[in-house]
Design a protein around this ligand. Structure first.
Ligand SMILES: Nc1nc2c(ncn2[C@@H]2O[C@H](COP(=O)(O)OP(=O)(O)OP(=O)(O)O)[C@@H](O)[C@H]2O)c(=O)[nH]1
Ligand SMILES: [Mg+2]
Length: 131
């Protein structure tokens, strides 16, 4: 075998191995990210709970104005929509209240990150802002 054909053969094997690996990663991705976990954060009253209700097309999260409504991190899901949405206590001007919101989110992310199952991890954060 010449040096050139030997190199071609090694490259062919390498491409075929890479192809298999990418296929496996894609399969794993499709399996694990069927239902991504998304945590919503943002200032009080910005519309986090309203956005969750709009995505699900049903009233799952309490919303309203005037005073902070959502007081804790709460998971919402419905069988028809393949996402798990996590509503959170809004970020307030008061530093103590703000810390309560931050801590509850960090605690949830860390708890989930400790799992060996990637489908249990928190995958995305939506930081909601108002214009
Ligand atoms: N005009 C308008 N009003 C909105 C929109 N999104 C939310 N609202 C209103 O804003 C108010 C607050 O909405 P919520 O969804 O309760 O806000 P939140 O971020 O969950 O608030 P907290 O739970 O208190 O932190 C409600 O009266 C909603 O109807 C929007 O896109 N446009
Ligand atoms: Mg809310």
């Amino acid at each position: 075998m010449t040096e050139e054909t030997n190199r071609d053969s090694v490259l062919k094997d390498l491409y075929s191995w890479l192809d298999e690996e990418v296929k496996k990663l894609n399969e794993e991705f499709d399996e694990n990210f069927r239902s991504p976990n998304i945590v919503l954060s943002g200032k009080t009253g910005v519309g986090k709970s309203t956005l969750i209700n709009a995505i699900f097309g049903s009233h799952v999260a309490e919303s309203g104005e005037g005073k902070p409504v959502s007081q804790a991190l709460v998971e919402h899901n419905i069988p028809e929509v393949s996402v798990n949405l996590f509503d959170t206590k809004g970020i307030e001007l008061d530093p103590k209240e703000r810390e309560v919101s931050r801590e509850s989110i960090v605690r949830e992310i860390e708890k989930r990150a400790a799992s060996s199952k990637t489908e249990e991890h928190m995958h995305v954060m939506w930081y909601c802002i108002s214009n």
